[in-house]
Ligand binder design. Structure first.
Ligand code: PAF
Length: 285
């Protein structure tokens, strides 16, 4: 497994050689502290035909707000590299912050998609998605992947990246990889490590609520907003602070007040605080 961290030129030479050899380059961007969810991205890239696998590990400062957990975010590079080596990854790109954001370039580009960026998670995390799109754009330009994979847990991020790729005519195929869960239903996330044992058990109630709403939606004459309201109240009453719990269209995350399964595809999305930890999850219907 090759590891590149401080120089783009040899990395680009390696990728150019692979492209010359007609390899299909699959890419999984991460912020490290890898768990089974990340490793499933690697496996799904292979299943989707990638013949060379690149993983990036970079805790991107631009996607953290001033009061968020950038400094606290778990950094476990040595362990991450061991896991990726075992998984048969070909190349890891773990750049230094100065490589990604060179201090001698004073101007910065912003990619905007105001309506979707300021919706859902964007309400409480202003600027977060600008930071995500900026870094993903840089990573795509450096690594030129044929396929890039993103986890379904960050579904809003996926849709924003999909829109960016389409708008900027980027030559990369995007894949959405299913959420990997603990046995109790809690979606895997690096931020779960912030939770106490008790809160980790409690956090699984998020998935229980999503499943309950799904069950209700399938019943005749069910009232969506009522069943969503009931689950918000239930979660808040046991210690959560729900930021949003909403039914949206799967395609473009439009608000929907009606559930018409024959007509459209839908997704339930939730973000909630539990103690100081912010958790997100979703369920495609
Ligand atoms: O989903 C993540 O881990 C990050 O947002 C990403 C895509 C690696 C960009 O920093």
């Amino acid at each position: 497994m090759q590891i590149f961290s401080d120089n783009i030129d040899p990395l680009r030479a390696q990728i150019a050689q692979w492209k010359n050899d007609r390899d299909i380059i699959g890419f999984a961007p991460t912020m490290g502290n890898l768990h089974d969810g990340h490793l499933s991205l690697v496996r799904n890239l292979k299943k989707n035909g990638a013949t060379k696998i690149i993983v990036s590990i970079f805790v991107n400062p631009r996607q953290f707000g001033p009061t968020e957990d950038f400094n606290q975010y778990p950094r476990t590079l040595k362990n991450d590299l061991e896991l990726l080596e075992k998984e048969g990854v070909d190349l890891v790109f773990c750049p230094d912050v100065n490589l990604m954001y060179p201090s001698h370039i004073s101007s910065e580009i912003t990619i905007n998609n105001p309506k979707l960026m300021n919706d859902l998670c964007g309400v409480k995390r202003p600027g977060h998605f600008n930071g995500v799109l900026l870094v993903v754009n840089k990573l795509f330009n450096i690594l030129r992947p044929d396929i890039a994979i993103f986890g379904q847990k960050d579904y809003q991020q996926f849709i924003l990246i999909k829109n960016m790729v389409a708008n900027l005519f980027m030559e990369v195929n995007l894949i959405l990889s299913p959420i990997i869960r603990e046995n109790n239903g809690l979606a895997l996330s690096s931020r779960n490590s912030y939770l106490s044992y008790e809160n980790k058990m409690l956090a699984s109630k998020i998935y229980t609520s999503l499943l309950k709403i799904k069950d209700n939606l399938c019943k005749k004459n069910s009232d969506i907003s009522q069943s969503i309201r009931r689950e918000i109240d239930r979660l808040n009453s046991i210690g959560f602070e729900v930021e949003y719990l909403e039914l949206r269209t799967l395609n473009n995350l439009e608000i929907c007040n009606e559930y018409q399964p024959g007509k459209d595809k839908y997704i339930l999305l939730i973000a909630s605080k539990l103690g100081r930890t912010r958790l997100i999850d979703n369920l495609i219907l």
